[in-house]
Design a protein around this ligand. Structure first.
Ligand code: SF4
Length: 91
């Protein structure tokens, strides 16, 4: 399951500049044009540039190497990682 930042940042990243801005940091918003998406993601990245917890946010996304996060994190657009066909998930 892919998690958005809004599910993680609350108690774990107090002071997050994006705390009340969901779904602006989501990877996709239903019905949004490509131009609107690009503008939204650029706005989100600008918010990150002024965020006081950007280092902690970057660490959080780095720790989530399992590909279960997506959206704008620490100023970067994070795409969910996809498993290669035919591979099994480690348990
Ligand atoms: S760096 Fe960006 S995504 Fe991370 S907590 Fe701050 S505003 Fe949110």
């Amino acid at each position: 399951m892919v998690s958005s930042l809004r599910e993680i940042r609350g108690p774990d990243l107090p002071g997050a500049a994006c705390a009340d801005l969901a779904p602006a940091f989501d990877l996709h918003v239903a019905g949004e044009s490509a131009e609107d998406r690009a503008a939204r993601l650029a706005m989100a990245a600008r918010v990150c540039a002024g965020c006081l917890v950007v280092a902690a946010c970057r660490s959080a996304v780095g720790a989530a190497e399992d590909g279960t996060v997506a959206g704008v994190w620490a100023g970067e657009v994070v795409e969910p990682k996809r498993r290669r066909p035919g591979t099994l998930e480690a348990s």
